[in-house]
Design a binder for this molecule. Structure first.
Ligand code: CS2
Ligand code: MG
Length: 428
């Protein structure tokens, strides 16, 4: 039994996805997600040029050893591109192992620790009324937890904030349908320079933290008044605050009992969270841009966070994320795995199987993929009464319809850029 063949599939059914398919000498196949939003083709090259040729002929059951081989042997460790590539292979090997056992993957990870996974939806609105409409839609579907993002008076488009289409379903793609434009685009920021040669640019948004800090507590107050105390409310700060601003926000949200405040500061300078902790008991979640256990060392050992936000896709697969969660368990820190639409259905299934099995599960993010995406990736996970379950199909339980996938060519698409009013590039 050996790895016979590895295909790297790139498809764009509504948004871009990178999927690995590993085929064994016995004809068993496994899928893995290596999608890195806006940098997809870098992962494709890493896989095709540097990973695939080294794995052909290896024993596909040696999942841990292959993970260590891909992680340690190239000398250049970690980083989002590398770890997304490692993740894709790792998931595919776990998928194969579970299919060979004829069991859903969670049974190989220790079995179910719960009956389902508490999950949260994304609700947003440019106004509080629009936001409340979106929340109501999710509550009607059975969600018990909702992430709330809102427009800020005086600011224009803010990342992740959209109203429902008139008379239509509340559905949006927060992370990638902002397509790179050909041509010049608006001149923005001090480095805009000459328009010539600016072939592709992401869109740009304007940000002002003071206006946001004034407005957000009023949004939480209005939502609590409308929906009462029981609905779990989450919020994503998208790394936009300085430490003292983050502490101020965490403290000002306390009366509204948030489930968590996510990414209140940029993730790199971790000691700053001590300041936020000194001033507030609002639970903190960080980690969607991290890619290894080492990124969490200080956050976990100092108990500076309450929830781990990584996904299997961006943190080295099931093997990488399982390491992080075992470490977090020692400190009583729980999972809040990243589940936006730029984690493919394959990556989402990996999150769900691991979440069902580990003891320190907390909550799972869930942005349902579009119908177009789901016509290419056939899933067996299910949602009911605010809970997700990975399903009972052998392996990860996701199939890739390669013929359908071939109909959706890769399209360059980038996340937007965030600037202060004076053009300074800002975190987001
Ligand atoms: C967001 C994501 O899900 C989240 O919490 O922060 O939409 C994130 O911006 C994208 O996944 C980036 O690719
Ligand atoms: Mg986030």
């Amino acid at each position: 039994m050996a790895i016979d063949r590895i295909d790297v599939n790139v498809t764009s059914p509504g948004r871009n996805f990178v999927t690995v398919k590993v085929t064994t000498s016995e004809g068993v196949t496994g899928l893995g997600d290596g999608t890195l939003n806006g940098r997809e083709l870098a992962v494709v090259s890493y896989l095709r040029d540097h990973v695939v040729p080294t794995l052909i002929g290896r024993d596909e059951s040696q999942i841990e050893s292959i993970w260590q081989y891909l992680y340690r042997s190239p000398y250049w460790r970690r980083g989002p591109v590398t770890m997304a590539a490692v993740a894709a292979i790792d998931m595919a090997l776990w998928d194969i192992a579970a299919k060979k056992a004829g069991e859903p993957l969670y049974k190989l990870l220790g079995g179910a620790s719960r009956t389902g996974l508490l999950t949260y939806a994304h609700a947003s609105g440019t106004t509080i009324d629009a936001l409340n409409d979106a929340i109501r839609g999710y509550v009607d579907q059975g969600f018990q937890a909702v992430r709330i993002q809102s427009g800020v008076p005086g600011l224009g488009q803010i990342y992740g904030v959209h109203d429902a289409a008139p008379g239509g379903k509340y559905e949006y793609e927060p992370a990638g349908r902002v397509e790179a434009r050909s041509g010049t685009g608006p001149a923005a920021g001090p480095e805009a320079g000459s328009a010539a040669g600016a072939a592709m640019r992401p869109s740009e948004e304007t940000w002002e933290t003071a206006a946001y800090l004034r407005h957000l507590p009023t949004v939480f107050a209005a939502v609590r008044e409308e929906f009462g105390p029981a609905l779990h409310l989450l919020h994503d700060g998208h790394h936009r605050m300085r430490p003292i601003e983050a502490a101020k926000l965490a403290k000002s949200l306390e009366p509204y009992d948030p489930f968590w405040l996510e990414d209140c500061t940029p993730g790199e300078d971790q000691a700053v969270l001590r300041l936020v902790r000194q001033h507030s008991v609002t639970p903190l979640a960080i980690g969607e841009v991290f890619n290894s256990i080492h990124d969490y060392q200080q956050l976990i050992t100092e108990r500076l966070i309450d929830y781990v936000r990584s996904s299997a896709t961006h943190a080295g697969g099931i093997t990488g994320l399982r390491q992080i969660m075992a470490f977090a368990a020692v400190y009583g820190i729980r999972s809040g795995f990243h589940g936006p639409t730029d984690v493919s259905p394959v990556g989402m299934a990996a999150n769900l199987h691991l979440g069902l099995a580990i003891h320190n599960f907390g909550i799972q993010e869930y942005m349902p993929h579009s119908e177009t995406t789901l016509s290419v990736f056939r899933t067996s996970y299910r949602f009911a009464d605010g809970m997700l379950h990975p399903g009972e199909a052998p392996g990860l339980g996701v199939e890739l319809d390669e013929e359908a996938a071939a109909g959706y060519e890769y399209q360059p698409a980038y996340l937007p850029v965030n600037r202060l009013r004076d053009g300074t590039v800002h975190d987001w």
